[in-house]
Design a protein around this ligand. Structure first.
Ligand code: KIV
Ligand code: ZN
Length: 536
């Protein structure tokens, strides 16, 4: 058995099923490009039969990212001719296309969801895998809820799938119920007992309902699985999927234990994580393994002393190995453009456009004026805030807030719309952020509701840069969700930026044309005057 583990990334399919994650076609394409840079073997680009939008996104990724030498592009499909045809059509332009067909095999799913008998599921598997194989040379089969399926029946279904032409057999722990020893035994048994299993790649797909997705995935790989289905930041249905960065770094860091390798360029992990967090609006917890903001931060004096004496005392991975360059140079208000550019390059942002670089530099200078030192986390946030913004139908020009206790929070905002250069709106609210959002609503006139609002301090202390995530839902028939981020030293301004960015996503989806100018960051930052009056 070879020791190469194929990394099958399902951020764009299972990850997009995370509550609150909404990605438009452009987001998906950019994430797919980054996944290719990261070196994943397979990108599950979506579920083509789910909607025309999903189909188009998968087709675009197949054509633009699934080029020769690039990753395999997979499309998910139920076990129906219509779904299979849609998947085959959507991935057809990829140099290496794959159809991933699933059909539930546990008694509870067959009885209550599918209303099918075992014999019917067996027959459907054979027929639909054969059809899939006639449409595409690379076919993956997933017996959904595999870990809760009667093992004897599971073996029968898998044997039928192999017979009909499946090339990869994926064992999903759909509801995150399994344990490491159980899933290892399941995989070992499949390899030993299912006729033809040696001709296929055995894969696992673990959910994190009991917090064991990474452990289960690693146990399955030790038992002989050679494909891991994972997502960036571990996002996915309910509690999420096994996190790509955790599985990969466990194999990498504990190489002598596992003796397994992947094709992943681990220095792209942090960047991939930021991109996915930025685009989905699902932030990463600071204590998240490998890519969390605190993953390489040492707080206790004894730890700091140890790391200074020898890095390996408290660090099992080098920060550089996941793409976190350790700065020996502190950036502050005297740092020039050259040092700024160099630092960004060290952080992996080599290909920023001159325009983005200029905007980011201006914002860095404003930040450095208020804050003595600007950390790498601050820089990453500023750059992400510059790069990952949707086309601008509405441009925030200014925010003025008055609040305190006792007083009625009142906000005035100035916004450029596609029709008017400077529209001014005012509103009161339960707090300064609520007042700003109501004022923006008055100017913009889109009917949306705020579903989620979260503030995260990027670096410590009262001088921290604040990063705000908002999720809105349109109040039209489509009821679509859009998430976005905004960053600023002033959290009211950061909130306004995030809210406008979410409205811009909704506006683009509704076909509203972008406003003429494109100078949001520079002008916004310069013009914004947030005034918090504390009245006691
Ligand atoms: O969790 C699951 O069972 C899935 C399948 C479609 C593989 O996502
Ligand atoms: Zn899943």
């Amino acid at each position: 058995m070879d020791n190469y583990v194929r990394i099958f990334d399902t951020t764009l399919r299972d990850g997009e099923q995370s509550p609150g994650a909404t990605l438009d076609a452009q987001d998906k394409l950019e994430i797919a490009r980054q996944l290719a840079r990261l070196g994943v073997d397979v990108i599950e680009a979506g579920f083509p039969a789910a909607s025309p939008g999903d189909f188009d996104a998968v087709a675009r990724i197949a054509a633009e990212v699934g080029t020769p030498g690039g990753p395999t592009i997979a499309g998910l499909s139920r076990a129906t001719p219509k779904d299979l045809q849609a998947a085959a059509d959507a991935v057809g332009k990829a140099a290496k296309p794959r159809i991933h067909m699933f059909l539930a095999t546990s008694d509870i799913h067959m009885e209550h969801k599918l209303h099918m008998t075992r014999a019917q599921v067996l027959q459907r598997t054979s027929e639909m895998i054969a059809l899939a194989r006639s449409l595409c040379p690379d076919v993956e089969f997933s017996p959904e809820d595999g870990s809760r399926t009667d093992p004897a029946f599971l073996h029968e279904v898998l044997a039928a799938a192999i017979e009909a032409g499946a090339t990869t057999l994926n064992i999903p722990d759909t509801v995150g119920f399994s344990t490491p020893t159980e899933i290892a035994a399941l995989v070992r048994d499949i390899i030993a007992k299912v006729p033809g299993a040696d001709r296929c790649i055995i894969s696992v797909h673990c959910h994190d309902d009991l917090g064991m997705a990474t452990a289960n995935t690693l146990a399955a790989l030790e038992a002989g699985a050679r494909q891991a289905e994972v997502t960036i930041n571990g996002i996915g249905e309910r509690a999420g999927n096994a996190a790509l960065e955790e599985v990969v770094m466990a194999l990498h860091t504990r190489q002598s234990k596992y003796n397994l390798r992947t094709g992943i360029d681990t220095t792209q992990l942090l960047r991939s994580s930021h991109l996915v967090a930025g685009r989905t609006g699902i932030s990463v917890a600071p204590n998240k393994a490998v890519i969390g903001g605190n993953a390489f931060a040492h707080e206790a004096g004894i730890h700091q002393d140890g790391v200074l004496k020898h890095q390996a005392t408290y660090e099992i991975m080098r920060p550089e190995s996941v793409g976190l360059a350790r700065s020996r140079m502190v950036l502050g208000k005297h740092s020039g453009r050259h040092a700024f550019r160099k630092r960004l390059e060290e952080l992996g942002h080599e290909n920023l456009s001159e325009e983005t670089l200029q905007h980011a530099f201006r914002r860095f200078k404003q930040l450095a004026d208020q804050k003595k030192t600007v950390t790498d986390a601050d820089l990453e946030t500023l750059v992400a805030d510059e790069i990952y913004q949707p086309p601008e139908c509405y441009i925030l020009r200014g925010v003025h807030v008055s609040c305190g206790s006792p007083s009625i929070p009142t906000a005035t905002v100035t916004v450029t719309t596609p029709d008017e250069p400077d529209l001014i709106g005012s509103a009161t609210g339960t707090g300064p952020v609520d007042a700003v959002f109501s004022a923006v609503d008055r100017v913009v006139g889109m009917r949306v509701e705020l579903e989620e609002f979260a503030v995260h301090a990027v670096s410590g202390g009262a001088m921290a840069l604040g990063e705000v995530t908002v999720r809105i839902r349109t109040l039209d028939e489509a009821r679509r969700r859009f998430s976005a981020h905004g960053a600023d030293m002033d959290i009211v301004v950061a909130s306004a930026r995030a809210y406008i960015a979410a409205l811009n996503k909704a506006a683009v989806a509704a076909g509203i044309r972008p406003a003429g100018t494109k100078t949001i960051t520079e002008e916004t930052s310069a013009a914004v005057t947030a005034e918090i009056a504390s009245v006691t």
